[in-house]
Design a protein around this ligand. Sequence first.
Ligand SMILES: Cc1cc2nc3c(=O)[nH]c(=O)nc-3n(C[C@H](O)[C@H](O)[C@H](O)COP(=O)(O)O)c2cc1C
Length: 130
Amino acid sequence: MLERMIYTSKAADGIGSLCLFNILSKARANNALLGITGHLIFDGTHFTQCIEGPTEAINKLWSSLVADQRHQEINIVSRAPIKMRRYGLWSMSFSSYKPLNGHNMPGFFPLNEDTVEFEIERLMKLADTN
Ligand SMILES: Cc1cc2nc3c(=O)[nH]c(=O)nc-3n(C[C@H](O)[C@H](O)[C@H](O)COP(=O)(O)O)c2cc1C
């Protein structure tokens, strides 16, 4: 079964562009093998992430995510079966402020002070979409 999970978490202190690059590089390599797609937003203090994939793959990723010291206060917003992926083209696309993309990652969508709340809300709304 295909599922979508959305969660928020608080980033560990001092998360910068190198740390984000490392998270995304590993995420993309792993997700491609697991059949996971999704999107990650970092607003400077918190992550909001959408992960889509087969139940077993999501379970496997979730056990790594909850043990990861680079974030805490993990809150599940939703987990539900879906008919279609929203991020089918991306093993993990990423939105944040431009200076945090110091390594020029592909699949990067810049945010600014005016768009950040809107983008988080837009991702959260996927909780009501299957
Ligand atoms: C906010 C955040 C999002 C992450 N997203 C993913 C992800 O989508 N896929 C993934 O494999 N790892 C992701 N990770 C990293 C995992 O927590 C973990 O470090 C990684 O899966 C371990 O991979 P390994 O067992 O191959 O070393 C994320 C970490 C953080 C802090």
